[in-house]
Design a protein. Structure first.
Length: 420
């Protein structure tokens, strides 16, 4: 393994250090490049730019592998609950029984929100998208927590405890249910509590369905972390400017909402519904996606890093199959999705460009099967991604990363004078 790369610019010879990761992933350290050569690098979309060293998750895009803190996602999904996974992502190791009990109980103790949040929510028009509402409520949440007096670790737990409550309140307001849960049920686990807060109806005891609990546990695990994606990078960038934790997470949610990122889960179901409504001609829609003059893209297909199957999509498909079958649902949208996948994966356009289904191709089908409406899909994604965002924030602070401030190549006017 070389520790330097040599290169020449305009007859001058330079040596740049090479950084290696655990799996021999390699980067040329260009931090002194401009100082030494006068050049900067140009990399729109950061396709070739590493912004940090991280030890939270690892993706091998060529093999289609995903590790959380070293553990393959396929093992985590079968052996861990969502709350254990969150602990792992945040703390680096899986919890033992005592650690898990302590962590879960600490979160439960913080399972309450200020009554004023309900009043604020009341003022927000029902037409607002739940992602905008969640991002806003997260942004103002620290006003209701004495963030100056509490330790930072405690703030992470506040977020883990309160985000499901904010999501549930947002959902309940949307569909006209009373804002029942200003606190959660101490006897329930994280996911069961979440479901109860969403779906419980006054004067009726809420009965948990283990099939739904299991499906939600799994789909949220699949979202828990995904290295330097757009929303996580957003959280890190804000944090690097020493913005607050809550506003950084709120900004991450806004990034996640984008249709090319987490917002794709809603866009996928809307696309599938449109395809079905217009007669289900799969070939026609695949041709549309391939046509460069048509802005339409096959939502839920393609990924910046995965150039082989997204392992999360493979698991999500199985979870969808399982929950649909066990709940006895007949879902033409799922059948259509599987058909589209089969057709696209035989098409040379998708094969050559290495476009495979991503997590969002099937996650919406799971959410729909468990009763979550379309405009809440990305909110669910945010609940899953929370531990990842916090872990990256922690790591960024621990590394004492400098303020993120890219450069540019200016192509505007030359210096000129204002005419009288
Ligand atoms: N349908 C049709 N063509 C596609 C698709 C798609 N879904 N995705 C990529 N392509 C084509 C592009 O047109 C481009 O073609 P070209 O080289 O001929 O110009 C080529 O494949 C490469 O695509 P880029 O957009 O350059 O790839 P990038 O890495 O920048 O984007 C992205 C990745 C945003 C995920 C893209 O594949 C996409 O838009 N997919 C649909 C949206 C989606 O599902 N997003 C969720 C991603 S997962 C997540 O964030 C949770």
């Amino acid at each position: 393994m070389c520790s330097f790369v040599n290169f020449n610019i305009n007859g001058y010879h330079y040596k740049l250090p090479v950084i290696y990761g655990t799996f021999c992933d390699k980067a040329i350290n260009i931090s002194q490049l401009r100082e030494n050569t006068g050049f900067i690098t140009f990399d729109p979309g950061f396709k070739n730019t590493g912004i940090t060293k991280s030890s939270i998750s690892f993706i091998d895009g060529e093999k289609g592998e995903l590790l959380y803190r070293g553990y393959p996602i396929e093992q985590i999904i079968n052996k861990c609950s969502f709350i254990e996974t969150s602990y792992l992502i945040l703390n680096g190791e899986l919890p033992d029984t005592a650690q898990l009990k302590y962590f879960s109980e600490k979160i439960k103790k913080l399972n309450h929100i200020h009554v004023k949040i309900n009043q604020i929510l009341d003022q927000i028009p029902n037409s607002y998208h739940p992602m905008g509402i969640l991002s806003y409520l997260t942004y103002i949440l620290d006003t209701f927590i004495n963030s100056l007096e509490e330790k930072e670790e405690e703030m992470y737990l506040h977020l883990l405890a309160k985000l499901p409550m904010l999501a549930a309140l947002t959902y309940r307001k949307k569909i006209g249910l009373p804002p029942l849960p200003t606190y959660a049920d101490y006897h329930l686990d994280y996911i069961s509590n979440l479901l109860k807060m969403f779906f419980s109806i006054p004067n009726k005891s809420y009965k948990q369905n283990p099939i739904i609990v299991d499906a939600l546990n799994k789909v949220l695990i699949l979202h828990a972390d995904h290295e330097q994606n757009c929303s996580t990078t957003t959280v890190r960038l804000l944090g690097s400017a020493h913005a607050g934790l809550f506003s950084s997470i709120s900004a991450g949610m806004s990034a996640l909402w984008g249709k090319l990122h987490g917002g794709a889960n809603q866009a996928v179901i809307e696309m599938l519904e449109n395809i079905l409504k217009s007669g289900g001609n799969i070939k026609k829609w695949i041709e549309k996606a391939k046509n460069k003059k048509d802005p339409f893209r096959l939502m839920g297909f393609g990924h910046r890093i995965y150039k082989n199957f997204d392992p999360r999509a493979r698991i999500a498909k199985k979870v969808a199959e399982n929950v649909i079958q066990k709940l006895g649902i007949s879902d033409p949208i799922f059948e259509l999705a599987k058909n589209i996948e089969e057709n696209a994966l035989k098409d040379s356009y998708f094969v050559e460009k290495k476009l495979y289904p991503n997590i969002d191709f099937y996650s919406g089908i799971i959410y729909q099967a468990i009763g979550i409406p379309k405009d809440m899909f990305t909110v669910m994604f945010a609940l899953g991604r929370l531990s990842g965002w916090i872990a990256h924030w922690k790591e960024m602070k621990f590394n004492r990363e400098p303020i993120a401030r890219p450069r540019q190549i200016y192509i505007g006017y030359k210096k000129r004078n204002i005419e009288n």
